[in-house]
Design a binder for this molecule. Structure first.
Ligand SMILES: *Cc1c(COP(=O)(O)O)cnc(C)c1O
Ligand SMILES: [Zn+2]
Length: 402
């Protein structure tokens, strides 16, 4: 059978205007909101069943038909996706919960799940003939676009806050990207990336200004469903920055339901942020449809340091539609949870991943999650990228005296 993408159009997430995916697109030219990809799901449904996907390659590209690249030769991949959904029974025992799993994105090229989004975006950019790309990043997206851009032979420009982790600056530079450090936050970096669009002629791959990163991220939703035997957990706890993952997974579940591969049940989606930058929990609590810019954003979880997300209204919609919630946790709780996950289950999570465990502990304490519910935590990157957060003093043995 010929494999082909069933991508049809891009549709504005706010006003529903339709755009042609064979041309380079950014946000809606009418309302400035993100565009989302649509597929001819009916045709996929007629030709494929869940079983057809069972023996495919162990990467996110196993879902090729429901991804936006039309010609397989344009795929730029390092083997991203199909990460383990690791049962964590010892941690579950400790917390008194019987069915706890960690979707471990620490085991992925470039060390964070940004690889999924950038593999999809760079592949589609290649298909559209784009040669020069730029992106503002808190850190991990810069490393990922540098790697995938290098593999595609593109010129890559990244803009990061000057206090971005050194590892992200190094991984970008080593891969040959032009790196510019910016006084301020990711929103300030975003301004520079946007300003260069017309002057420098690059394509801006900023979160949700570009329509395909979210398509890569949605595969996390496909994978959770497939790995659980086409059943979804009761609760998904997700560390939210720009929100592509949580919005993408929600989209993925809708696509799976239209395919008839899952029913209408949905997990409660928990959006986790840090107390030092919590625009989504604040807007959720206040019943707002959009968030307000968070002044003075500060947290050790760099991926969560997004003071105002372009897709905030979509994140809030997912949380509400799913009957979920939004939680802000402290940096101390985050570090404590990173240590707990490593000590009890051997998973050295990034702080963003630690934040999901911190949130779970709170939600179990206040009774929002029952002890017999199935819960999936998302560890979105490896702790190995964050050793600067840990003080580790070990005794030195052996004498150098003669
Ligand atoms: C970017 C990032 C996040 C936030 O991801 P979104 O899907 O954009 O909300 C979470 N964790 C890590 C490690 C990140 O790099
Ligand atoms: Zn619109």
């Amino acid at each position: 059978m010929i494999e082909l993408s069933y991508l049809t159009v891009l549709e504005c997430s706010k006003c529903g205007r339709v755009f042609d995916p064979d041309h380079v697109q950014s946000v809606c030219d009418k309302c400035g909101k993100p565009l989302l990809a649509s597929y001819d799901i009916e045709s996929i449904k007629l030709q494929f069943s869940r079983k057809d996907f069972a023996h495919r390659e162990a990467s996110m590209w196993r879902y090729f038909e429901i991804l936006p690249v039309k010609d397989k030769r344009n795929i730029v991949t390092l083997g991203e996706g199909w990460t383990p959904l690791t049962p964590t029974p010892r941690l579950g025992d400790l917390l008194g919960i019987s069915n706890l799993l960690v979707k471990d994105e620490g085991i992925i090229p470039t060390g964070s799940f940004k690889a999924r989004g950038l593999s999809a975006a760079i592949s589609k950019a290649k298909e559209l003939g784009i040669k020069r790309v730029a992106l503002p990043s808190a850190g991990n997206a810069a490393g990922a676009i540098s790697a995938y851009g290098a593999r595609a032979g593109m010129e890559v420009y990244v803009f990061m806050p000057e206090d971005a982790p050194k590892v992200n600056i190094v991984e970008s530079l080593v891969a040959g990207a032009e790196v510019e450090l910016v006084k301020g936050l990711i929103t300030d970096a975003g301004r520079l990336a946007a300003e260069g669009e017309s002057v420098k002629g690059w394509f801006n791959i900023s979160t949700l200004r570009e329509p395909y990163r979210i398509e890569g991220k949605k595969t996390m939703g496909f994978e959770v469903a497939e790995q659980m035997g086409w059943r979804l957990p009761d609760v998904i706890v997700y560390p939210t920055g720009g929100g592509t993952g949580i919005i993408g997974m929600w989209k993925a579940f809708d696509e799976l339901e239209q395919l008839g591969w899952i029913g209408e049940e949905r997990p409660r989606m928990v959006s986790v942020q840090a107390e030092g930058c919590a625009p989504i929990p604040k807007a959720f609590k206040e019943g707002r449809e959009e968030s307000e810019y968070w002044e003075g954003a500060k947290t050790i979880a760099d991926g969560l340091r997004v003071p105002k997300a372009l897709g905030d209204f979509l994140i809030l919609r997912v949380v509400r539609e799913s009957d979920g919630t939004a939680v802000a946790v402290s940096d101390d709780e985050i570090l404590d949870s990173v240590r707990m996950l490593a000590r009890v289950e051997g998973i050295f999570a990034c702080p963003e991943g630690g934040a999901t465990l911190a949130a779970l502990r709170r939600l179990l304490d206040d009774g929002s999650i029952d002890h017999d519910e199935s819960v999936v935590l998302f560890n979105t990157g490896t702790g190995l990228k964050y050793i600067h957060l840990f003080k580790a003093d070990a005794p030195v043995h052996g004498s150098s005296r003669g």
